[in-house]
Design a protein around this ligand. Structure first.
Ligand code: AMP
Ligand code: MG
Length: 396
């Protein structure tokens, strides 16, 4: 049985980035940038006022200054400020020729057509051309994720379309005769399908787009027919349930019949030991064990990496050390364990608290989950107050 680290290496090796597409800024948030971006011009592009006040030459020691112009932001100031002169100016406006300092309006007195400094300091209150970035500076590197800050920078550079990773196209089948749509009344033996909602939510969070999602009975031929019909319409196929070795667990057989190469089918992991990963050309597939906790854990520790590989971005294995706040029902084991947990702030300090986890079939154990405690195989019981290894589920 391979370790999770080995499994992750196999996922990384067998998935390549999807071809980049050009996206308008409005559609690029959350995508991975697939080009370098340089400053086409200086930022800011001209010397400008950083305060509302009066523009003068900084070496002009006059006692009062005649107001010869008013410059609003956006105006192309054509005046030239001479000795003993100033221009009324507002934050963001272009500093006129001859001026090199803005006296804050709070530091002056107005006497008719004159401005009289009450207080003078060395601070110029001028944002100089190129102070933020110089023309030709490399500002954004290929591979970084685009958020509000990066998109605002692109807009200020005049870059309105960027090469980004396309959303990963996902097809998902939840398998099981017992599964019913959440809105349905249940007959004895039936349960509501919660994994489809879990998967749809995480797929969106990981940068995917669901192109097909359906529940399918434990019927090999039916599942084969449905997955065959997908052809090349997906990048990633996710099958929920049927990863194990029960009589009706035919995930692995299905992928083999579809021409996928199986890279692994069990990992030394708790929960989530039966996890199948396979690839076919540029496409990849997972069969994910059906229990809700196993689902959530494997989607985060393994499937998420597939999304990152497809997007060509950095991988985010967000392990941190955080203080354990409370004892929990720890049982040492021979498998590396990821225990559902919550990071929270207690008395101004970030701490981790294990959530109740009796069975991987429990759904209430997922309430408030935002982290997983990483417990190495054969680890001694972690003590309250000790730093513990925690995988953050929301990437900072
Ligand atoms: P399996 O991986 O198919 O052996 O399923 C393991 C357990 O997870 C069984 O108790 C299933 O009923 C349950 N399960 C499987 N699929 C789902 C689902 N989509 N939603 C909720 N529970 C599920
Ligand atoms: Mg099943």
């Amino acid at each position: 049985m391979i370790s999770l680290a080995q499994a992750r290496a196999l996922i990384a090796e067998n998935i390549s980035p999807l071809s980049a597409v050009a996206a308008p800024l409005g559609g690029a948030c959350g995508g991975v940038l697939r080009q370098d971006v340089w400053a086409k011009d200086d930022l800011p592009g001209f010397d400008r006022a950083a305060m509302d006040g009066y523009a003068i030459a900084s070496d002009d020691a006059s006692e009062k200054f005649r107001m010869v112009a008013e410059i609003q932001p956006g105006a192309a100031a054509k005046c030239k400020i001479g000795h003993g002169e100033c221009a009324r100016i507002f934050t963001g406006a272009l500093i006129p020729a001859g001026a090199s300092q803005v006296l804050m309006q709070e530091d002056v007195r107005i006497e008719g057509e004159f401005m009289v400094p009450v207080e003078r300091s060395r601070v110029t209150h001028v944002r100089h051309r190129g102070e933020d970035a110089r023309k030709g500076d490399l500002l954004l590197k290929s591979g970084m994720r685009l958020g509000a800050g990066e998109l605002a920078l692109l807009a200020s550079l005049g870059v309105t379309r960027v090469k980004t990773s396309p959303p990963v196209r996902v097809a998902h089948f939840a398998t099981g005769n017992e599964l019913m749509a959440p809105e349905k009344k249940l007959a004895p033996g039936q349960i509501r399908d919660s994994n489809s909602t879990l998967v749809a939510t995480l797929v969106r969070q990981f940068g995917g787009e669901m192109v097909k999602q359906a529940r399918v009975a434990d019927d090999f031929d039916l599942l084969l027919e449905k997955t065959r019909a997908l052809k090349r319409s997906f990048d990633l196929l996710l099958i929920s349930g049927g990863a194990s070795v029960g009589d009706y667990d035919f995930g692995k057989k299905l992928l083999a019949a579809l021409g996928f190469k199986i890279h692994f089918s069990t990992i030394n992991l708790r929960p989530g030991k039966p996890l199948v990963f396979a690839s076919r050309g540029k496409q990849a597939a997972f069969v994910v064990p059906g229990n809700p906790v196993s689902h959530l854990v494997t989607l985060h520790v393994a499937v998420r990496l597939a999304f990152e590989q497809f997007s060509g971005g950095k991988t985010s294995w967000t392990l941190v050390k955080i203080r354990l706040a409370e004892p929990f029902d720890f049982q040492p084991g021979t498998r590396e364990t990821f225990w559902p947990a919550r990071m929270e702030i207690q008395n101004g300090e970030l701490v981790a608290r294990a959530l109740r986890w009796q069975s991987s079939g429990d759904v209430t154990g997922l309430i408030g989950i935002n982290a997983l405690l990483q417990l190495a195989a054969n680890l001694a019981e972690p003590r309250v107050g000790e730093d513990i290894s925690v995988l953050m589920l929301e990437v900072p």
